[in-house]
Ligand binder design. Structure first.
Ligand code: CMC
Length: 384
């Protein structure tokens, strides 16, 4: 079998629409705009559950019984504090690079401190996965603090996962509404089908590499503006539009130039993203409370975009309103994508573990469209 050299098979750029694995973890219904984790609809989890429980559900396939829940939460709490070496690394990186690059580096560095890194047994990779789930809020919180020139804050064992994340990032204990919003943001980002970063994690784990490597790959992939990086750019775009009455003109310039408007469109959803619907309510809550115009501007952009592109299936996605909410809660723009990663870590780990139980090395083919050859080699001194 050759690497593809004739287009006998259909070329599927970006593997679009290709079924490459089975999963029981999550299901995205793009035509009806619904998202399910292990059969539970996202809205019911947001209303009734919390991130710890959802994380357990993604990993183990069922909602935990009380004893299972308590044991899982205890484990997360115990693993949350970071080793001093990691804190030093975060301080050393400081504000020199984007927080996503810092996050990628820190996750990779954690493997240096783990003598069991390469034991590829499921039990060991699950151990690593849970420790990464536990440490993610502490790492992202510490990166946020250092990036903002502030002291790192240690986790408070009295707080839950989302509240602790809020506390370690902003230095303030969240009020009940902020705590609920933080929890919601993490839940709705926890899993989302075969998205690019999850696929990246699976490709890495399929080589029987370790969980640190899989998560490092995923973080690198999430960084891009067509994936997780869109939340940061979406808010910057809304803020650059400024007053609501500027929206029409600015948007026209952007779309006339063929620019992609960040926070709109999705490979799977061709209707309103259910996650964006949930977040929009919270963005409105903060807009009413804080009285700024950003939400109004965003609403006009949304209306204009839907009028122009709705028929083509382009609607707001999760990244359109998330940035506005994080901003209102005191997070810096550069930390928005690491917040996405903090939610998504459970999905990455769950799917990497699931894939590794029936592992098949990912190795698609590329259609070769270069010179067929063989070309004659010309020594360097004879080349024109
Ligand atoms: N603004 C303007 N036009 C768009 C947009 C957009 N945001 N999204 C798609 N289009 C147009 C695109 O230009 C193309 O037009 P044409 O057919 O004339 O060339 C058409 O719609 C189809 O685009 P596509 O790239 O083939 O569609 P896709 O379904 O593969 O795109 C996407 C998915 C997310 C890459 C794209 O919608 C996009 O670039 N959005 C902006 C970035 C963004 O918000 N990303 C976050 C995605 S949700 C969070 C996550 O999962 O990471």
């Amino acid at each position: 079998m050759n690497e593809g050299s004739e287009a006998k098979e259909e070329l599927r750029r970006g593997l679009e629409g290709v079924l490459a694995a089975e999963t029981r973890i999550g299901y995205v219904n793009g035509s009806d705009g619904k998202l399910f984790y292990r059969g539970y609809e996202i809205n019911s989890l947001v209303e009734q559950s919390n991130y710890e429980e959802v994380s357990y559900l993604l990993l183990y396939g069922h909602l935990p019984k009380r004893g299972e829940y308590e044991e899982y939460v205890k484990r997360l709490r115990e693993e949350m504090p970071l080793p001093d070496e990691v804190l030093s690394l975060i301080k050393n990186i400081g504000g020199r690079t984007h927080p996503m690059s810092a996050l990628r580096t820190v996750i990779s560095y954690l493997s240096v401190l783990d003598s069991m890194e390469s034991d590829s047994s499921t039990k060991n990779q699950e151990r690593i996965g849970i420790s990464l789930i536990a440490r993610m809020p502490s790492i992202v919180g510490a990166i946020h603090r250092v990036y903002s020139g502030k002291e790192i804050i240690k986790p408070d064992p009295e707080l839950g996962y989302a509240s602790n994340f809020f506390y370690m990032s902003t230095g303030a204990r969240p009020d009940p509404v902020e705590s609920k919003i933080m929890d919601t943001a993490l839940i709705i980002h926890a899993d989302h089908g075969m998205n690019a970063s999850t696929f990246s994690a699976l490709v890495t784990i399929s080589t029987m590499a370790d969980m640190y490597s899989a998560i490092t790959s995923a973080i690198g992939t999430l960084k891009g503006p067509l994936h997780g990086g869109a939340n940061e750019r979406a808010l910057k775009m809304i803020q650059s539009v400024g007053r609501p009455e500027n929206a029409e003109k600015v948007l026209k310039v952007m779309t006339d130039k063929g620019e992609r408007v960040m926070g709109f469109g999705h490979r799977v959803y061709k209707v309103y993203d259910p996650r964006a619907k949930i977040l929009k309510r919270y963005a409105e809550y903060f807009a009413e409370r804080k009285g700024n115009e950003t939400f109004k501007t965003a609403q006009i952009i949304e209306e204009l975009m839907i009028n122009k592109y709705g028929e083509r299936g382009i609607f707001p996605n999760v990244d359109f309103y998330s940035g506005m909410i994080y901003d209102a809660m005191g997070f810096r723009t550069e930390i928005f994508t690491p917040i996405f990663a903090t939610g998504r870590i459970s999905g990455w780990v769950a799917r990497a573990l699931e894939y590794s139980t029936e592992n098949r090395l990912f190795r698609p083919k590329a259609l070769y469209v270069g010179e067929k050859g063989p070309r004659k080699y010309i020594p360097i001194q004879d080349r024109d």
